[in-house]
Design a protein around this ligand. Structure first.
Ligand code: 5AD
Ligand code: SF4
Length: 484
């Protein structure tokens, strides 16, 4: 295992070798260090975690918060804090640029607060050229680590707090999954749950397999135990997380399928809603469709990334399905689960993409009629096979196709949303509305957002709501009188 890239501080290390005991030891050490420093400063030390990217990162950030909370830091909403950590994403180039831009602001805070510590972690740190750039030009950063050793956060904080140098610890890979470390959830009634890490698919445009490593599934018993604890703690909805949940369990000592795992999770009493993401079309089984159709708890929502509607481009992307197979799969889903919402990801401007290819994507958008879609402009990620392809598409051509597809996606999504107007459907109330505190905001089973009259006592409960008005991408609703 490659933790050889770490700047090792001179410190006697009597820590246990086994995990998670080792981290519990460092949590205690960190508590002492934080408390000493707080005494010196005359106030509690504050922290801020900033998350870029996907739901996986959001879940990882809850783990970071769990540690910071446990060792005595106090959360604040500003980046003008004693400990700031950026959990980064690198799936598209602009995600990287954002981080460099914001590091500038952090350095000006640090000039005023020399005790401030700045840490960077996540996918972007798994790229060698990023770490080199930080080492050369961002000397004020205290701690840099990657995706494979996030479980070592407490240990790394202790090293960073006792070292004058930038502490860098990046692993190339890991087979380890460390269970039972503290987590600080953002919502008390819903939670992400990792079921697997990494990706084996190597879609030719995607950097994820390089920065998140090979696929590793968690043991079903660990997942079930975690969800049982969450439910006992007030959670009613879980989101099962993996880059490709449909291949869950294939590499376990006792292999099980994702559909079998769902059946087990469904049995957990008190759990009301189950979501999952992301599904790769090539691995979506009939068994999964059956389990979803028969389930009361699995939400009627499938995020099924298309990426492109052109069979030729799909081949170049190494996606292992073609346009016809994708459309057949959608038909099968809709036949088995008629009210299912289908959402997707689309990339426009992959190398070699012509107008005809873009029109094929448009054709799939029209045939499937997605409830919503994330549409991305292709971003060249160095190290991926697509970055070496010679036929990169000129920007103005990409922009034209992107606008054409986005317009269609949006107008269809609007029409689809209208279909539910007037219906009475269950909504999980999530929070007080951000603009108007006489309203609360929640989500339908299909993941659409609903605003309705209400108060904080409703947060975390599921109420039947009449969708009185569709506003395009969200609904206004009310609790019908007969329910009150
Ligand atoms: N350029 C643009 N979009 C990308 N995605 C992944 N890699 C790239 C890239 N190089 C998109 C895919 C994926 C989503 C998470 O991000 O659509 O499904
Ligand atoms: Fe990237 Fe493809 Fe893996 Fe998704 S399935 S993370 S797009 S390589």
């Amino acid at each position: 295992m490659g933790n050889d890239k770490m700047n090792k501080p001179a410190m006697p290390d009597e820590a246990p070798v086994m995990e998670p005991q080792r981290q519990f030891y460092y949590i205690e050490r960190a508590k002492e260090l934080v408390s000493e420093r707080a005494k010196k400063c005359g106030h509690p030390l504050t922290f801020h975690v900033e998350t870029f990217g996907c739901q996986m990162n959001a879940r990882d950030s809850e783990k970071l918060r769990g540690i910071l909370d446990t060792i005595g830091f106090v959360p604040v909403d500003t980046e003008n804090a004693d400990f700031v950590i950026y959990n980064t994403c690198t799936v598209r180039e602009n995600a990287n640029n954002k981080v460099y831009g914001r590091l500038g602001t952090l350095s000006s805070y640090k000039k005023k607060n020399p005790n401030m510590m700045i840490a960077l972690c996540g996918c972007m740190m798994q790229e060698q050229h990023v770490v080199e750039k930080l080492r050369m030009s961002y000397r004020f950063v205290n701690l840099v680590f990657g995706t494979h050793n996030i479980f070592k956060f407490a240990e790394l904080i202790v090293h960073a707090m006792t070292s004058d140098e930038m502490v860098i610890d990046i692993w190339d890979e890991t087979s380890q999954i460390v269970e039972d470390l503290p987590v600080e959830r953002k919502y008390h009634f819903k939670s992400g749950v990792n079921i697997m890490f990494g990706c084996n698919n190597f879609c030719s445009y995607c950097i994820v397999p390089y920065v998140r490593g090979r696929e590793r599934s968690r043991e079903p018993k660990d997942i079930i135990r975690e969800i049982e604890h969450l439910v006992a703690d007030g959670v009613v909805e879980v989101m099962l997380l993996g880059q490709n949940v449909n291949s869950y369990g294939k590499n376990l000592d006792h292999p099980i399928t994702f559909a079998q795992l769902l059946r087990e999770i469904e049995k957990i009493e008190g759990l009301k809603r189950i979501r999952f993401m992301t599904s790769h079309p090539k691995d979506l089984s009939d068994e999964l469709i059956e389990v979803m159709a028969a389930s009361d708890k699995i939400c009627k929502h499938m995020h099924l990334p298309l990426q492109s509607g052109s069979s030729r481009i799909l081949k170049e992307m190494n996606r292992h399905y073609d346009k016809e197979q994708y459309l057949l799969l959608v038909d099968k889903l809709r036949k088995a689960i008629p009210d299912i919402a289908i959402t997707t990801d689309i990339i426009v401007g992959f190398p070699g993409e012509t107008k005809e290819d873009a029109l094929e994507t448009l054709d799939v958008v029209r045939k499937v009629r997605y409830d919503s879609a994330f549409t991305f402009i292709y971003s060249k990620r160095s190290g991926t096979p697509a970055a070496k392809m010679e036929n990169q598409v000129p920007e103005d051509e990409v922009k034209e196709n992107f606008d054409m597809i986005l317009k269609e996606v949006q107008s269809i999504a609007c029409e689809k949303a209208m279909e539910l107007e007037g219906k009475i459907l269950p909504v999980l109330v999530e929070q007080i509305n951000e603009q108007d505190d006489t309203l609360v905001t929640g989500r339908l089973s299909n993941n659409s957002v609903v605003h309705l009259n209400g108060d904080a006592s409703m947060i975390g409960t599921i109420v039947n709501v009449e969708l009185t008005e569709c506003k395009g991408f969200y609904y206004l609703g009310r609790v019908p009188e007969e329910v009150l």
